[in-house]
Design a protein around this ligand. Structure first.
Ligand code: GDP
Length: 300
């Protein structure tokens, strides 16, 4: 049994490799929910949907968001009638999000809804939202003050100086702690350490549960830059270096091994002063072979 902690871009790429070589029914993925919100009458749990679509081989790999080959009939008709939505939702993907909103209104928990949706997609892996409670994430910026995370990403295209990242504490979803305790290995994929992984590990009981486990993480950085997205800006706001050294410091209390990229080999000994076990490998996942090779390393 393995448990993977995931956001919605870097770790799903690694999951594509893992699911090729490890029995799917023995995989549990705990997914960040801090960015969830209602938009366009749907409940947007972007990271959960990306993980589901990844297992179901439906993910749109251009954006790591939505379903490949989806149509946009509803969106086009809305625009035709004078309504433009901030989020570009495909028709099938919109159904996933509308169903979540409908069932939440009927009193289902998010865990129950994800269980239903992933089963309908034929997914054997367990997919667990980190919490069933609503949380909120805001970014304090130099230019615009405190703004919503989605506005930071979409409206302002991450082009602001980040001073602070704020999110509240939420309780764990019912199966979260047990999933970690039961697993032989915990894999922290190359997700954003501040907005995707830290919200999971700051949930009560998670860090304690991780401390007794074989925990391996893959760094989402090469040198001082993230492979993609705003992780570097967030690391700096929390006082960490935007690099694998900063990642090692954040995960230090519970991490057994850290995988860093070949291009960061020169930092291996410096990082080993923080995390004794460092593996240097290709962590740039462009092809399915890259993903499987990295999966083999983290599963070893
Ligand atoms: P989000 O929920 O969309 O923010 O996605 P995640 O938090 O799951 O992933 C974002 C992180 O993935 C970024 O910090 C990237 O640096 C990292 N990432 C994306 N592609 C790769 C890759 O091929 N290799 C590695 N090591 N990291 C990657």
């Amino acid at each position: 049994m393995i448990t993977i902690l995931s956001g919605g871009t870097g770790t799903p790429k690694l999951i594509q490799g893992i699911k090729e070589i490890y029995p799917e029914e023995e995989i549990t993925v705990i997914v960040n929910t801090v960015e969830n919100l209602y938009m366009s009458r749907g409940y947007i749990a972007a990271d959960i949907d990306t993980v589901m679509y990844t297992f179901a081989d439906m993910i749109d790999e251009e954006f790591w968001y939505g379903i490949k080959g989806d149509t946009f009939t509803v969106r086009e008709q809305l625009i035709e009638m004078g309504t433009t939505e901030l989020l570009k939702l495909g028709d099938k993907d919109r159904a996933t999000k509308l169903q979540k909103a409908i069932l939440l209104e009927e009193g289902w928990t998010l865990s129950e809804i994800v269980e239903l949706q992933k089963s309908k997609l034929g997914i054997k892996a367990a997919i667990i939202p980190m919490s069933d409670e609503e949380s909120e994430i805001t970014i304090v910026t130099k230019e615009y003050g405190e703004i919503e995370f989605h506005d930071f990403l979409i409206k302002y295209q991450c082009k602001c100086e980040v001073l602070e990242v704020k999110y509240g504490n939420v309780p764990p979803s019912p199966k979260l702690i047990e999933a970690i305790e039961k697993s032989d290995k915990v894999i922290i994929g190359p997700s954003n350490p501040i907005t995707s992984i830290r919200p999971i590990i700051s949930i009560e009981g998670v860090e304690e549960a991780l401390k007794g486990k074989d925990v391996i993480a893959v760094s989402p950085f090469i040198g001082k830059s993230a492979f993609s997205g705003p992780a570097g800006q967030f690391m700096n706001a929390f006082g960490y270096e935007s690099s694998s050294i900063g990642v090692a410091e954040i995960y230090n209390p519970f991490l057994s091994k850290l995988v860093i990229d070949n291009q960061d080999a020169e930092y291996e000994s410096e990082i080993e002063e923080i995390i004794p076990n460092v593996i240097v490998a290709n962590t740039f996942m462009k092809t399915i072979e890259d993903k499987i090779n990295l999966a083999k390393i983290v599963l070893e």
